[in-house]
Design a protein around this ligand. Sequence first.
Ligand SMILES: C[S@@+](CC[C@H](N)C(=O)[O-])C[C@H]1O[C@@H](n2cnc3c(N)ncnc32)[C@H](O)[C@@H]1O
Length: 279
Amino acid sequence: MSTADPADPADGAIALHDFTDLDHAALPVTYVAALEAFDRLPLLRELKALAIERTGTGPGRRVLDVGCGFGLETLRLARLVQPGGAVTGVDLSADFVVEGRRRASVAGVPVELLQADAQHLPFADASFDVTRIERVLIYLDDPWRALREMVRVTRPGGALAIIAPDFDTNTVNVPDRDLGRAVLTHECDTAVVHGLMVRDLRGHLLDLGVHDVRVASRMVVFDPDLAAQYFTGIGRSAGAAGVIDEEATERWVATIAALHRADRLFAAIGYYLFTGRVG
Ligand SMILES: C[S@@+](CC[C@H](N)C(=O)[O-])C[C@H]1O[C@@H](n2cnc3c(N)ncnc32)[C@H](O)[C@@H]1O
């Protein structure tokens, strides 16, 4: 477990690239806290609600949540499909699966959580009415293979929902724009594997025979504490990589801290929701 102090943005900094490789460390409290903080963001909640509406997720549906983490949305969906429905969640992290099962048991929610790779789903063709994936594709070696797998396990006429950010839309109100560009470009290019994949997503869905493809988006505004943690961390990463020098790194960290203390920190990132029907 991490000993990071979540009250100190500099200490509790979040490094998103570790979502590709979580089980090489014990389940870090910073990642649990980060996923919970993202899950609470009201504009992201709007996209989750729209995903439910556009996929017709409700009583009686068989739903698969791919890369479900420890089941924050999965457990909500499991309640929503009652009576008569069933929700399955898969995640590569064994620790997240264990934590999700613990939470489901405490909450008394019927849900099946399994350890599996999104790129090799352990289900027969046409097993689900609705298949969703939220904030996962950008971390995968082959997001298009995961998409093909999602189409395969969804029944003809069933629905897909994909929520993913465009990593090049990260925004923070650090006044030095050159410094901001250097840090944010480094984050986009290194923190995740496919930070810009949403730009090609519609085309890939059409190529897979998915129809009625609809796109919604939200510029998701960060909670100030989450923004301070995340943007402090990415400045430090850029410094450690030599993209910015020591003076610039200290200035970046101090600027974020000062804006946060003064309740003037503003940060956001663009998220998309793609939905469609499997052919
Ligand atoms: C940012 S989290 C999102 C979790 C969840 N979807 C949510 O919205 O709270 C990314 C998740 O993807 C999982 N993940 C990464 N690579 C994966 C893979 N190849 N197959 C399945 N899950 C994967 C991570 O373990 C992590 O739980």
